[in-house]
Design a protein around this ligand. Structure first.
Ligand SMILES: [Zn+2]
Length: 288
């Protein structure tokens, strides 16, 4: 079962997050039928949002990440809540572009140039919205840039989706390291050194390491103190009522036209693929 953890280090102004999102990305791959490159693009974004839900505090808080790029993936949308439930959508799940020279999936070409927007709905009158330029398109660097530019928190973001040759998901996960005011040069040096020395998150998960072991490996010699542990999963909260409200918002003229021309309306949820059917009687009911 997928899970996430958060941790601190005794005496250091730092916070750590790590997530194993393998099952969630497998579910997402099945729902959207994503190609390997699309799985990596969507899976990395979902893994980042998953860990960001650990930064939320109240029961109703939500976080949305929106990537709008001029690459063929076009739009990516991921929504997560404080319970660790995520849903996601990618405009073009069927991306096939050649691998990069190092044999890796070319996510940055799939994304292209554009913007990353983070919307935090914290139950206040207005949500917090931060938009940054896409700096690399590899997703992790883009979240790193977002944390620095929009939240002024120096961070290291590592995200990985290991895709099998047949397109299935082998492993997915990530970690986020955030430095808080008052950090020392020694700490930065340690992080920079360990990031290059330690294998990638998906390799470590593949080796059977737990998230706790991975953080201890990154911060060997430090006193890591584990805080929260949370489950994370793909979950869509759609229901017929929501789509009914959507239809009503089209206005009565539009609904009359649907009845006249198509007699029924079939609406498919972008996040989970579930289909909702509104027959003539249902539509007429909406006009009352
Ligand atoms: Zn749905």
């Amino acid at each position: 079962m997928d899970y996430m953890i958060s941790a601190t280090i005794e005496g250091q102004p730092i916070r750590l997050f790590a997530a194993d999102t393998t099952e969630m990305i497998r579910e997402s791959q099945k729902i959207h039928g994503t190609s390997p490159t699309a799985s990596a693009a969507l899976g990395r974004t979902m893994t980042a949002v998953a860990m960001m839900t650990m930064m939320l505090k109240s029961e109703k808080d939500k976080i949305t990440a929106q990537i709008k790029g001029d690459g063929i993936a076009e739009n990516i949308l991921v929504v997560g809540n404080v319970k660790g439930e995520l849903k996601a959508d990618i405009y073009n799940p069927d991306i096939y572009i050649p691998l990069k020279e190092n044999g890796k999936l070319d996510v940055s070409s799939a994304i292209g140039k554009g913007t990353l927007t983070i919307i935090k709905d914290l139950g206040l009158k207005h949500p917090y919205i931060g938009t940054v330029e896409i700096v690399s398109g590899e997703i992790a660097e883009d979240f790193t840039y977002y944390f620095m530019a929009s939240e002024q928190v120096p961070s290291v973001v590592a995200l990985g989706v290991l895709v099998n040759p047949d397109g299935s998901i082998e492993k997915a996960g990530g970690f986020i390291i955030q430095l808080l005011p008052g950090y020392s040069e020694n700490l930065i040096e340690h992080i920079e050194k360990r990031i290059t020395e330690v294998s990638s998150i998906t390799i470590l998960l593949e080796e059977g390491k737990s998230l706790e072991e991975i953080l201890l490996l990154l911060f060997d010699g430090y006193n890591v103190s584990f805080a929260e542990e949370k489950l994370v999963k793909y979950y869509c909260d759609c229901n017929k009522d929501r789509f009914e409200r959507g239809l009503i918002s089209l206005g009565s003229e539009e609904i009359k036209m649907i009845i006249e021309e198509q007699e029924k309306a079939e609406i498919k949820c972008h996040f989970c693929g579930k289909e909702y059917m509104f027959y003539k009687e249902d539509l007429e009911e909406l006009l009352k």
